[in-house]
Design a binder for this molecule. Structure first.
Ligand SMILES: Nc1ncnc2c1ncn2[C@@H]1O[C@H](COP(=O)(O)OP(=O)(O)OP(=O)(O)O)[C@@H](O)[C@H]1O
Length: 296
């Protein structure tokens, strides 16, 4: 079993932006989802865990080894798919993966060939191995990104917002691939898309303004707000009024009509209907409560 222990990690950039504020996480094998809005600090945390930047304070241990003191120890065991991974020279996928394998230190040619072949098969790219990666679709590029991240058999994989721009089928395929991988190692998936982590992740954390505002098993978290979310169709011009009188956590357009979802222990009025809650409701409720606390 692999373990990643993050204690009191903070990161302030030289321009004064505090991107991470006392992060504590304990992660073991499986898919871990890090959920947060744009600018919440997800990439900052991913880059810090990947030992690409040092935190301003705190400690990170991977399998009981301090990765801040000895970053090379985690880099050897780490596969990283950054948010922007789209610069490809015009050589075949197979040659490019072979090149990355050399960079990763797999110098034995026979071993390298075997790994490159196996990874192209695992990511369903084997039949496209002779094509240049720059001609690949978005989904194929991301699967190639995972193939390069898996070189050297890492025990920790970090993928930063991997599904942005993928069509639903590609997204599905990509997430299934991640969940297969996540059975025996730690996979950290950062995303602002709730559905990406709802079914796949056994543990999640919600990040807002550099702080973890909630963490746990997604089903248990969702269950904890069961019976407290209510919906109502309203006319759009009444939205501000509802926001003043109720804890409106989200607004959505359904078949041209405005539906609000409200957080309340009791049915606000008989016109409000109870809803079957999902992770998205939990996420919006936490963001709402966090914002309310800040405004107090
Ligand atoms: N190298 C940097 N120097 C200064 N500020 C930075 C740097 N990188 C990120 N930031 C700032 O830190 C905050 C968190 O950014 P970060 O990229 O970690 O968030 P994110 O959740 O990954 O968002 P996104 O999905 O938009 O990338 C933002 O205010 C951002 O502008």
């Amino acid at each position: 079993m692999n373990t990643l222990v993050i204690e009191n990690v903070s990161k302030t950039y030289s321009n004064g932006v505090k991107a991470l504020d006392s992060i504590n996480l304990n992660i073991s094998n499986g898919m871990f989802g890090l959920l947060g809005a744009n600018g919440a600090g997800k990439s900052s945390l991913m880059r810090t865990i990947a030992a690409l930047q040092k935190p301003s304070a705190g400690s990170i241990e991977f399998n009981e080894v301090d990765i801040i003191e000895t970053p090379q120890s985690v880099r050897q065991n780490l596969g990283y798919l950054p948010q922007e991974f789209d610069v490809y020279p015009k050589i075949s996928a197979q040659k490019l993966l072979d090149h990355f394998a050399v960079l990763k230190g797999i110098l034995n040619k026979k071993e390298r060939n075997a790994q490159v072949r196996a990874l192209l098969q695992q990511t369903n790219l084997y039949q496209h191995r002779k094509k240049s990666v720059h001609t690949f679709s978005g989904g194929m590029k991301q699967r190639f990104g995972i193939a390069q991240a898996l070189l050297g058999n890492p025990q920790l994989i970090i993928v930063d917002e991997p599904t942005a721009g993928l069509d639903p089928e590609e997204r599905h395929r990509f997430l299934n691939l991640l969940s297969e991988i996540g059975q025996n190692i730690i996979v950290i998936l950062s995303t602002h898309i709730v559905e990406d982590i709802q079914e796949l992740c056994t543990q999640i954390a919600i990040l807002a303004q550099g702080k973890i505002i909630s963490k746990g098993n997604p089903s248990i978290l969702v269950e904890s707000i069961s019976g407290t979310i209510w919906s109502k169709i309203i006319s759009k011009d009444k939205l501000e009024e509802y926001k003043k009188n109720y804890q409106v956590i989200s607004t959505r357009l359904i078949a041209g009509e405005t539906q609000i979802r409200v957080l309340s222990d009791q049915q606000p009025t008989s016109e409000f209907k109870t809803v079957t809650v999902g992770l998205e409701d939990y996420y919006f409720a936490q963001m709402f409560l966090n914002q309310s606390l800040k405004n107090e």
